[in-house]
Design a protein around this ligand. Structure first.
Ligand code: PMP
Length: 408
């Protein structure tokens, strides 16, 4: 029996390599977008025959489609341990979810955010809010202390601490429970970017006392186009609709009455029903966390031990080798440009990794040790190998062999 029963679509798909011929693709770029689960594809197959309009149609197919769409909210709610009274707003992705939350903040909110965030979580704040940007902290304890100090120094009014649960650069887990407690102690709310956590670990916002969580379907083994913002309904209910148009209204005459339902209010236009069905199917499929985590930890040890043994390869980490992390590892190859290595991995070995700054420019610059202009140790970029369901020992070993050859 395989360690993980779930399977992904397209495992071992052939890709061309230099010199002719093909090899089975070694996809080590799950943190960008994970492959689709077979269970998700099956859910889409089941939904397609009833493909029809959502919310407005009276026909049977329309009712089935509407039912699936609304049921997806409950599945997502259960997946992240949300309260019944929390809103589940479907968005395009995590970026869209964070922008929706930024849009919904009461005027004058102080937002505290670390510089180590993905740009989706670093950049949306500031229109109508006061933003306090903190440097990447030296330890989890320092993160909690810095957040506490910044919140304590904030002027009277609403406060929001925004933080990632697992770094898209180092995979390191952030102390979400402790940060939620410090937010609460200062009368602040906390929003968590769980884009890189939920494909790897269970998340329970009720138990963690988290106010908002955002994630994307395409990193959670569902196809592109759907994500969500889950959390407290009051600010969302009070905010102007995120998009103006049909579906968000109650009545339109000389005056427009917008829906007071925080979900309808911010979901104008025909939603991405199939994306949402897929996202919910992924949430339902991911249940065997013990098995998933054990297999991931095993592969992670294999990868990290192998990398550490290759001269010239340096793994990036904020909080040291021993801090727990998910299946995401970034590294530099001394003396070699990341782009050249990534291209060689693809063209010569059929391996897909990511190179660059991973939409976290300030953080990667700091970890790599390069200046703004790209001078210093290399060009300020890195390589990232990330994996999950469907990844095998052979994929990891192929990467290690390739890096041993390329780093010579
Ligand atoms: N946050 C994190 C931690 C991410 O890794 C990403 C995607 N790389 C995002 C947010 C943005 O996700 P999306 O592109 O789906 O909006």
């Amino acid at each position: 029996r395989p360690a993980v029963a779930l399977r992904v679509v397209g495992a071992g798909v052939p890709v061309p390599v230099a010199g002719g011929g093909t090899v089975p693709y070694a996809n080590l770029d799950y943190a960008a977008s994970a492959p689709c689960l077979e269970a998700v594809r099956d859910a889409l197959d089941a939904a397609l025959p009833y493909y029809s309009s959502v919310h407005r149609g009276a026909g049977y197919a329309s009712q089935v489609t509407t039912d699936r769409y609304e049921r997806a909210r409950e599945i997502v709610r259960a997946f992240v341990g949300a309260w019944h009274r929390d809103a589940v707003v479907f968005t395009r992705n995590t970026t869209d979810a964070m922008n929706l939350l930024a849009h919904a903040l009461p005027r004058g909110t102080t937002v505290v955010v670390f510089e180590s965030e993905h740009h989706a979580t670093l950049l949306p704040w500031g229109r109508g809010s006061r933003v306090v940007r903190l440097p990447a902290p030296d330890s989890p304890t320092a993160a909690v202390a810095a957040a506490g100090e910044a919140l304590a120094a904030a002027p009277a009014g609403p406060r929001l601490l925004v933080v990632t649960a697992a770094s898209n650069v180092t995979g390191e887990l952030w102390p979400v429970a402790e940060l939620a407690a410090v937010a609460r102690a200062h009368g602040a709310r906390i929003a968590v970017d769980a884009a890189q956590l939920v494909p790897h670990r269970p998340f329970d916002m009720g138990a963690l006392d988290v106010d908002y969580v955002a994630f994307s379907g395409h990193k959670l083994y569902a196809p592109f186009g759907a994500g969500c913002l889950v959390g407290r309904a009051d600010w969302l209910r009070a905010a102007e609709p995120y998009l103006l148009g049909g579906g968000a209204t109650v009545s339109v005459g000389e005056h427009v009455t917008w829906s007071a339902d925080p979900q309808q209010r911010h979901e104008a236009g025909t939603p991405n029903v199939l994306g949402v069905v897929a996202l919910a199917a992924a949430c339902e499929a991911l249940t065997d966390w013990d098995g998933l985590v054990a297999e991931e930890e095993r592969l992670l040890r294999r990868l990290r031990t192998g990398l550490a043994a290759i001269p010239g390869v340096r793994e990036l980490s904020l909080w040291g080798d021993r801090h727990p992390r998910v299946g995401i590892v970034s590294f530099v190859v001394e003396g070699r440009g990341s782009r050249a290595v990534a291209t060689a991995l693809s063209e010569e070995y059929g391996i897909g990794v990511r190179d660059g700054r991973f939409c976290a420019h300030p953080f990667v610059r700091r970890l790599v040790g390069a200046g703004e202009g790209g001078c210093g140790d290399g060009d300020g970029t890195a390589l990232r190998a990330s994996f999950g369901i469907g990844t095998t020992d052979e994929h990891i070993d192929r990467l290690l062999t390739a890096l041993r050859q390329l780093s010579r």
